[in-house]
Design a protein around this ligand. Sequence first.
Ligand code: 8YV
Length: 322
Amino acid sequence: MIKPGLLQTGPLLPIIERAIGDTFTVRRVWELGEANAIKPEIANSIEAVATGGQIRVDATLMRSLPNLRIVANFGVGYDSVDAAWAGQNGIVVTNTPDVLTEEVADTTLGLLLMTVRELGAAERHLREGKWPAGNYPLTPMTLRTRSVGILGLGRIGKAIAHRLEAFGVPISYFGRRKQPDVPYTFYDSLTGMAEAVDTLVSVLPGTEQTHHLINMDIMRALGPNGVVINIGRGSVIDEAALIEALQHGVILSAGLDVFEFEPEVPDELIAMERLTLLPHVGSASVHTRDGMGQLVVDNLLAYTGNQPPPTPVPETPFNGWD
Ligand code: 8YV
């Protein structure tokens, strides 16, 4: 039996590569030359794409694959895939929600605590042998007096809020609409929430609507004691404005797991010792990444097995494979 063709956009976990190799004829973008100039006989054979966001799976690429039916994205965020175009053209896009929720929420609390108590800098103080000469200075920040505003109270945002409840801090959230059965203070204005709290935690995905939502005006509203934590997508923060705000005391600090042009991190951010900067490790444990990988495989095998995919994204509701 001829195996359907699958286009792989970059290296994927062994758990995914093994399974797709068994079921598909795998074509690797980096072995084919230009992604948008794939030979017609190969392009015609491609029915699935497996991607970890290494290249953009945009309308041009998808249009060049006339038999494409599914794009399986490794990651809950699928900003590198034009899901709206896929939806309009009968292609199903899947992502990896739920399996990473608790891990990303754990990392967020770690990032928040590291930032407000300067734990990274304190650890460097010890490792650099500076302790015998003097204690690490008392931190101007603490979680004890803070109130936290969450941007993006979805599954991960709620898991973060749930943990924050145990820390005893007041919790607010900003969103399009007030959610029933949510005990936190709702704001339909981000400026309003930024004025009311001193700590923003963004879990927002990278979309046109969220691009640079956290800008200089929002940081001014947050104020000189303000802390910005970002675990969602780097594009949500205007990074140039953030650097300026931190350098001029518009806000106090930031904890970032994601960056606007990652893996490039501006020297200005690296130079500010007080910040906590992580290399996009929100979900990056073997346990959780394997769960995400298995979900990518389950979605692809649902296609070859003519079954509904477990996790289609909202832009591409599943209506059958034919
Ligand atoms: C992954 C993520 O690191 O799920 C996401 O949206 O940002 C992370 O869990 C990333 O997608 C891996 O490519």
